[in-house]
Design a binder for this molecule. Structure first.
Ligand code: VG1
Ligand code: CO
Length: 544
């Protein structure tokens, strides 16, 4: 089959954010836009020629078209074999699982994760390397540089492939293997968790659960794992049919966007346990009866209990959290006598620590947790971890969490997001804060004493690479913290994130309302950053 070389001109806006390249669908639909980016991947990663690639996406609008483009370009660029999920579907953690299991050279995930989809929604593309994880900054920087000079891409003139039938199909000299998107991932979960104990829990008559896939990718995964393998009743599953526009919703599992499932844990007949996942299946929200488990607490509780779980019975060698994530897990690490790493936001920074065997578990405040089983955060994995814990402990979510607080103290935590603000105004706010940093240590702000204040930088302990300007961090003498950061996943304007954390050792105060506890710290944050004066907003759009 004849390889076509098509002349193209660079687009200047293909810089990757926290997690891949995300743009509005019409941007991706411009002639050459997707092709330029994909060709840049092949140009920057020469080992893909002659190798195997995994490709799949979360099923959002433009997923099907994009996969066909990528398959043709892969064949034209000398890839020997591509594993693609049936219907072009694969969750982000399942891509990571396949890369590792079949030792492929890399993988491409089509998703804008928790961002809304549809013809006017967002689309995205991420590249993962041979370890199964998001490409590290060395590669994403090279990719961006390549997109600025690209002048041609390679493709084939072939009709679309049928991706609905399992099995191999030829595309030029390349083989496209259409695989079951769920099986290998479900097998890995069965290897890590005690499915027998969870099966018994579901059939005990004492336990009820709901899982909300938010019309995104985890629907088929939840059906296979929770219902078929674990014997849960079908009414466990909510919104489990993946839809190109996520049913018009925002596939972000938080208290605001997943309110439907939150309501099921309250009222007259609350379920015992509820959970939700995001667009591409790497996030999780954990809820118990009248109980929301913050992702930061969830990570700490997992770390403290991992040795009870089959796949982690040897214990945890170390943990890591992103910088804005609460320090709850630090306290567990200290008690266990293991290392706790603080990394910049984004899963790519955990890869080296996981590969080097320095950590077993890691997580982010943004509803992400995971372990060394893959190199991505993993939504259903976290749900199964909790189910396994509930099955073993015969306790409620509330009991597990409060017991944890009693032992380690509680890190009250909240994040306030100001979405879609003017990008220059947001930069102005950060510049203003940077200017204040040198004068802050030792100063009193409200009732708080500043212990340190910096613009967070990270030196990777494995490869020595340095990442600067990862967020403004202000720590107080009582362990409280305020963090300011601009989002790197949005597609319109800027999103300012303000993260607040306060430590409370006294169990008598563990049931206070989070927003009330945070009141004084929030005032300090607002006054220091002059939020309203800079971005013109008196209140945030989303509070979690
Ligand atoms: C957000 C989160 C970050 C997460 C990233 C990707 O990034 O804060 O913790 O890793 O999304 O998650 P930002 O730059 O917008 O704050 V996902 O599930 O959207 O791939
Ligand atoms: Co995601």
């Amino acid at each position: 089959m004849k390889i076509e070389t098509v002349a193209t001109r660079p687009f200047t806006d293909q810089k990757l954010g926290t997690s891949g390249l995300r743009k509005r669908v019409p941007v991706f639909q411009q002639a050459g836009y997707l092709e330029n980016f994909v060709q840049s991947i092949f140009d920057v990663c020469p080992d893909l020629a002659g190798g195997t690639l995994v490709v799949g996406g979360d099923g959002r609008y433009y997923n099907r078209e994009a996969i066909q483009v990528i398959l043709r370009m892969a064949a034209a660029n000398g890839v020997i074999r591509v594993l693609v999920g049936r219907g072009g579907l694969l969750s982000t953690p399942a891509v990571s699982c396949l890369i590792r299991k079949y030792k492929t050279q890399g993988g491409i995930v089509l998703s804008a994760s928790h961002n809304p989809g549809g013809p006017d929604g967002d689309f995205g593309i991420k590249y993962n390397t041979a370890n199964g994880g998001p490409a590290p900054e060395g590669i994403t920087d090279a990719l961006y540089r390549r997109t600025l000079e690209i002048d041609r891409y390679r493709t084939l003139a072939t009709p679309d492939l049928d991706l609905e039938q399992l099995g191999p199909v030829s595309l030029g000299a390349m083989t496209v293997e259409v695989v079951d998107p769920v099986r290998d991932y479900a097998d890995l979960m069965e290897h890590l968790f005690d499915f027998k104990a969870i099966h018994e829990l579901f059939n005990s008559g004492l336990f009820s659960m709901r899982f909300d896939a938010m019309h995104a990718i985890t629907g088929p995964y939840a059906e296979e794992i929770l219902v078929r393998r674990l014997g849960a009743p079908c009414d466990v599953l909510l919104n489990c049919q993946p839809k190109p526009d996520f049913g018009g919703g925002h596939p972000d599992p938080n208290l605001v966007h997943a309110h439907e499932i939150v309501a099921m844990t309250k009222g007259e007949h609350p379920v015992s346990f509820a959970a939700a996942s995001d667009g591409d299946g790497d996030r999780n929200m954990i809820l118990g009866r009248n109980m929301f488990v913050t992702p930061s607490d969830s990570l700490a509780i997992m770390a403290a209990n991992a040795h009870h779980i089959k796949g982690y019975h040897r214990g945890v060698v170390g943990v890591a959290r992103s910088m804005p994530t609460s320090q709850a897990v630090d306290r567990v690490a200290e008690a266990l006598g293991i290392e706790c790493y603080e990394t910049p936001t984004g899963w790519k920074f955990f890869g080296n620590l996981l590969d080097a065997g320095r950590i077993t578990l890691c997580g982010e405040e943004s509803f992400g947790s995971g372990s060394d089983h893959v190199r991505e955060k993993d939504g259903l994995w976290a749900v199964l971890f909790w189910l396994n814990l509930l099955a073993l402990k015969h306790q409620s979510v509330l009991q597990i969490v409060t017991e944890h607080w009693r032992r380690f103290g509680r890190n009250f935590y909240t994040r306030h997001d100001y979405e879609g603000v003017d990008a220059q105004a947001a930069e102005g706010l950060v510049t203003h804060l940077r200017g204040l940093l040198p004068g802050l240590p030792g100063r009193a702000l409200g009732a708080y004493q500043v212990a340190y204040a910096d613009d967070f930088a990270y030196q990777d302990p494995v490869d020595g690479s340095r990442s600067e300007h990862q967020g403004i961090r202000i720590g107080f003498s009582d362990g409280s913290r305020i963090v300011f950061r601009l989002s790197g996943t949005g597609t319109v304007g800027a999103t300012l994130r303000v993260y607040l954390e306060a430590y409370e050792p006294d169990p008598a105060r563990h049931f206070l309302d989070t927003q009330e506890v945070m009141g004084p710290l929030l005032t300090v944050a607002q006054e220091l950053a002059q939020i309203e004066a800079h971005v013109g907003r008196a209140a945030p759009d989303v509070i979690t």
